[in-house]
Design a protein around this ligand. Structure first.
Ligand SMILES: NC(=O)c1ccc[n+]([C@@H]2O[C@H](COP(=O)([O-])OP(=O)(O)OC[C@H]3O[C@@H](n4cnc5c(N)ncnc54)[C@H](OP(=O)(O)O)[C@@H]3O)[C@@H](O)[C@H]2O)c1
Length: 365
């Protein structure tokens, strides 16, 4: 049976592809920078090579003696030396060269829906450069462009869900940037895996680019509400963020402004009026906590106000919940007709609503 190299095989989508490859009897070689990640695919992977595919000599080693490449490596957030240019463009360039040098002609490439010339986000721009290199490579390539991919362990649902909890979002305020009205067509990870694996021997899929989208179109806001409802989290949507502002003001007053003024007043032997106001403010705050704080507040936020906040989190947090690049993508619709892929790969598309309870349950462990 053929041996397939899966780059990015330790990731969320990679693990599903590897499992399917093994079920069908393929031999699987996985390349990863991190030896500890071998445990994610134990029992499914025949060969685990540790190294960095941005190093051409390691890419050459990985491509020797194999029959096809499934190239999945990609990042959503740049961190240190791991820039979009390096991970999407340089690594793809190495994989193409190493495949050619080793006489491996079958190359299945992971891109992303929304990738196009002159895309707004750098994620999509660099994915487009990588696609173009694959198209011009003279390999027997197939490119897949999925919309957002869901399944147990996905990053998309996890990011959203985590934001609803007091630990990550102490005020339980959830901004719907520009109303979160852009449209998405999420696809189930097993369907993505089926498309990749069934494409391997299928010559009709050579030199073709396939969008991969799920059976339903949702706005981002609809997905957020689905998660809230499925997780039984009480919420309130505000067009004008009255409660959001009140909550923020009371927390600022009680935890920062009053304590600061209090210490100042003590130093100046001030009279008791200040403490009376502080006391009333706390009563009001506790009342609000009791009545309202359990409810998440979703409020509309114009992009012009969101942008500076995102800039600050991006600067100070190692793994910010939202980056400027993600925001650009979030403001665009991410939908497409995938009927060609559905019929070519005989996909039985699975709905997000069906899998969401399992995804949320898995997040509790
Ligand atoms: N998830 C989605 O919704 C979605 C949608 C459309 C397209 N995609 C694309 O699908 C691919 C896989 O996505 P995923 O969700 O499975 O991602 P993931 O779970 O984050 O996995 C990413 C993989 O890439 C590898 N990687 C990351 N940075 C690397 C670097 N600097 N050098 C070499 N390898 C690196 C990691 O391998 P090691 O850490 O083991 O080295 C990991 O196996 C990506 O190209 C992504 O852009 C994903």
């Amino acid at each position: 049976m053929a041996t397939i190299l899966v780059s990015g095989g330790t990731g969320f989508i990679g693990r599903h592809i590897i499992r399917l490859l093994c079920q069908l009897g393929y031999r699987v070689r996985v390349a990863s920078r991190n030896p500890n990640k071998e445990r994610f695919i134990k029992g499914f992977c025949h060969e685990f090579l540790t190294g960095d595919l941005s190093d051409l000599s390691f890419a050459r080693k990985c491509c020797s003696g194999i029959d096809a490449v499934i190239h999945l490596i990609g990042i959503l957030v740049e961190q240190g030396q791991d820039t979009f240019k390096k991970v999407h463009v340089q690594v793809t360039k190495n994989m193409i060269q190493a495949s050619k040098e080793n006489g491996v002609s079958r190359f299945i490439h992971m891109s992303s829906l929304g990738t196009r010339p002159n895309a707004k986000s750098r994620y999509h721009q660099t994915k487009w450069t990588a696609e173009e290199m694959v198209r011009n490579s003279e390999l027997d390539w197939t490119i897949f462009q999925p919309s957002v991919v869901f399944g147990i362990g996905d990053d998309f649902t996890k990011r959203l869900y985590k934001m609803f909890f007091i630990k990550n979002n102490p005020l339980l305020l959830f901004p719907l940037i520009e109303g979160a009205k852009s449209k998405l067509q999420p696809i189930f990870v097993e369907n993505v895996a089926e498309a990749f694996v069934r494409a391997i021997p299928n010559q009709k899929t050579f030199h073709k680019t396939y969008p991969l989208t799920g059976p339903e179109i949702f706005s981002l806001k609809e997905i957020i509400l689905l998660i809230m409802e499925e997780a039984h989290l009480a919420y309130k949507i505000e067009a004008f963020p009255f409660h959001a502002l009140l909550r923020t003001a009371l927390v600022l007053l009680n935890f920062i402004i009053y304590p600061f003024l209090g210490f100042k007043a003590i130093g100046q032997n001030s009279n008791g009026e200040f403490w009376a106001i502080y006391f009333v403010s706390w009563l009001f705050f506790l009342q609000l906590l009791k009545k309202d704080m359990k409810r998440r507040i979703l409020f509309h936020l114009p992009v012009s106000i969101a942008t500076p906040f995102i800039g600050i989190t991006e600067k100070w947090m190692k793994n910010p919940p939202l980056t400027h690049d993600m925001l650009l993508m979030m403001l665009e619709d991410n939908i497409a007709d995938s009927s060609e892929a559905v019929s070519e790969f005989d996909l039985k598309l699975v709905s997000l609503k069906k899998v969401l309870p399992d995804i949320l349950e898995s997040l509790h462990y």
